[in-house]
Ligand binder design. Sequence first.
Ligand code: ATP
Length: 480
Amino acid sequence: MAEPKVNELMEKIVSLSKRRGLIFQSSEIYGGINGFWDYGPLGAELKRNVKELWWQSMTRDREDVVGLDATIITHPKVWEASGHTSTFSDPMVDCKDCRGRFRADQLEGTPCPKKPSKMVTECSAEKTAPRAFNLMFKTYVGPVETEDNVAYLRPETAQAIFVQFKNVSEVSRQKIPFGICQIGKAFRNEINPRNYTFRSREFEQMELEFFIKPDEVAHAKEGAPGEDVSTDSPEPNWGWKQWHQYWVEQRLSWYKSIGLPADALELHWQSDDELAHYARATVDIMYKFPFGVQELEGVAARSNYDLTQHQEHSGKSMEYFDEESKARYIPHVIEPSAGVDRMVLALICNAYHEAMIPNAKGVPEKRVVMRFDPKVAPIKVGVFPLLKNKPELVDKAKCVYDMLKVHVASFYDETGAIGKRYARQDEIGTPYCVTIDFDTLGEKAELLDTVTLRERDSTEQSRVPIKELLSILKAGLGLP
Ligand code: ATP
């Protein structure tokens, strides 16, 4: 089938996401609020699945990473130390004609607020010189609104990890190298939110700070691996280059494991002009969105900049005593930092397919099938009685649904023709549907207590005994 045009494709994705309850505009009944999005019933499930898979792979599956759940508002000195108060800004220009404000380095592709069919780059009206606009949202803590009480909504989850580094390393009894990971909300007052949820003002991050030995300590160890070592299995005395490469590879293979194809993912090594002054290397993991190849996650080698800054600003030592090498040092860090919302958007874009599928009369019809990987699909199985006016079928179907729903996200549906019900589930990416019919009740004795199991992508149907249903589904869904 011919590929839909890019904007047309995004329009279809946005409209499907609203119609089926993946993503809504925040405060829609009041006209919405730019840069804020809500996740509907299915979006909430999809997002939760992504976060759980990340958490599982980052900490529960590993012995060397522990979790943290820190506050959104912190002591404002955290942001002074990290440099956000002085430098977390984007260059902003104003248009002297329409009064629109734009990110100076992203004028391309930004529509003019006065004439939305035209891009700002085509407008000849005079613009102001770029000036720095700090992206942090400000608020006041307590009842008095003075400069002394200013606090910020965190623009990233990472800093709280650095601030709690000492506490976590003590209580977890982890030894360097080890990591601390966190999932949580972050806020950035983006000048021009755009590309649907891709650039939002409130979003969620999943970040890992993986603390490693400084190279001089790691390499001082006799028999420590050199630079060209294979990064297949971690070694405590790797230097930052190996650990950085290792995390890029880990993260890339995780994206593939949740269904993003290798040919839609790219690595972008930041050039010297793009790199933050403290970063030794940063690799952006990019996804081919319908609106262009854009960043999903950054994997940065951040030296020991953050812990050093917090040590200086708080006056508290961030040093670590390494019993193995008897060295005292401020650990260095590798940071894979991902955005949940961008990941969810990539999964939605990747899942969107239009297919010709025969309707009840056997006539092929154009239909949307969301080909989510079963691991992330919001609903794993739809359960239907063939007819809703036959209590025996309904009772049996509800029994099957009750049995399944405690194990996998299930959906019971009795309305409309069976073909329509399959179509509804295809459109939200449900990998399996189960139909209970008269044969289930024993109309054909040999089929008693069997059901029809339909697979989304092949549309193939098979007859399976109810007592084997759960294990067959679990195998198909990749569950233990
Ligand atoms: P960009 O260059 O696209 O603004 P960034 O390099 O500033 O992103 P980081 O500070 O490295 O982003 O944040 C880490 C991750 O957090 C990003 O890779 C992205 O997935 C997510 N993220 C950052 N800003 C936003 C945003 N405004 N909306 C949604 N997700 C975001």
